[in-house]
Each structure stands twice: as C-alpha cells, then as structure tokens.
Design a protein. Structure first.
Length: 98
C-alpha cells in the first residue's frame, strides 16, 4: 500500500523550495508578454465579385444587389469595382440559415 510521508519545513526552507518555481513563473510571464507584443500575422482578405457571390449563393446579380441594399451583404468599392469580403459572405449565409 501507499504511505503518506509528511515533511516539516522551516520558513526559510519553504522559501528556498518555492524560489525556483517563482523564477520560472516570472520567466514564462515575460515570454508571454513578448509574444503578445509581436505583431500578429494576418491572413490576406479574399474579395469576391458580384458574379462570384451570386454563384456562391446560387442567386442572380439582382438578388445580390437587393441583399446589399437590405444590408445583408456589405459591398466594398475598390477601383470602381464592387467587391465583397469572402468571410462576410460566409457569415451572411450562416445568418440566413438561422
């Protein structure tokens, strides 16, 4: 069977036992702070044309326009072209399915 063993420590012994643990904890905290300060790598934004959105949603261009007017889809005009962010279109699909 297992036996429990109880060891009595003086306050100084306890401090010397805990000190290396505290040092490692501080080191980990500092490393975590450094990681948080580093710039995060962002994934590039994927844009879709109105035609691609229509194909993705299986609707015509007029429906894509109506969904934009109603605020279901958000358009971005870049260089005179109307584009939609892929992730926003996917989120709109999820919302429409609810």
């Amino acid at each position: 069977m297992f036996q429990n063993k109880l060891t009595l420590l003086t306050p100084d012994e306890l401090k010397s036992f805990i000190k290396p643990i505290n040092e490692k904890l501080e080191l980990l905290q500092n490393q975590l702070k450094e990681l948080k300060q580093q710039p995060q790598e962002q994934t590039p934004v994927k844009y879709l044309t109105r035609k691609e959105v229509g194909k993705m949603l299986s609707v015509n261009l007029a429906t894509v326009h109506n969904m934009t007017v109603k605020g279901i889809l958000k358009k971005y005009q870049i260089g005179g072209r109307v584009l939609y962010k892929l992730d926003e279109v996917e989120n709109a699909i999820v919302e429409l399915q609810k």
